[in-house]
Ligand binder design. Sequence first.
Ligand code: ZN
Length: 316
Amino acid sequence: MYYLGIDLGGMSIKAGICDDNGKILCKDTCVTVRNEDGDRIINDMANLCLKVISDAGLTVNDIEYAGIASPGSADSEKGVIIYAATLPFLNYNIAEKLSERTGIKKIYVENDANAAAKGEATYGAAKGYKDSLFVTIGTGVGGGIIIDGKIYTGFNFSGAELGHMVIVKDGDECPCGRKGCMESYASASGLIKLTKKRMEENKDSIMWKLCNGDINNVNGKTAFDAQREGDACGIAVVKEYIEYLACGIVNFINIFQPEVLSIGGGICKEGETLLAPIREIVKREQYSRHSDKQTIIKTAELGNDAGIIGAASLGK
Ligand SMILES: [Zn+2]
């Protein structure tokens, strides 16, 4: 059977056809163009879906179901996007609209990080495990909770916002309205903010050279690159950043004790440089450190296609 996965983002819409092994046979993308009632998005999404189905040499009847991974919160039972800051949809039945436009009968809708967690549990880093967590590190910190193979969303579909756990009381302001959320410190944006702050205090750091003397060129790799060069300030920034990230991760593990916790997003390209110190902190601090069963902490496996593959796994 074939499954259509749709990754609906504020900037672009991606769609792909997956087989039973979560392999993408064919995919395409278009720009997200917002008009007031969102009709333009539905039309463009429907055309994109029909195009990838046709490009794969299939018809709508060959598609078992479609899944939509959306930002914000989504009522997965009704197929409704409840709210998404980057999209013009409010309590909007996107499943029904897309079904009318494409003829695909079964359409699932889910928050994008939850869908990616399901994708990792079905085809990726947590395949074969019943309980897993997925943490994605980008401009924010997103999360997904899989319990007994199913996405856990809470009764109002707004659960699993792992990044909005406070790790520094009265800390930096977060767009969610709280102060000191993990997202403010452990996201790529948090890392960039920390790197810039420490650079201002350390004018002799090699990081100035790495960004050609312009602090606006700092990115999520700058401190890690400086660490590899043996730069004391770079080493200190990476250590401090990882301590924030690990603080959140120990909290998650203490609550859920998942079999696998996978970390996605651009920063996971650092691999063991990132994971080894996190494992050390978890080993030292987690509540269940004396158990012979320990959470496996690893990088996520679906990469840039996590949205499409996650969406295509929603009916699994
Ligand atoms: Zn927050």
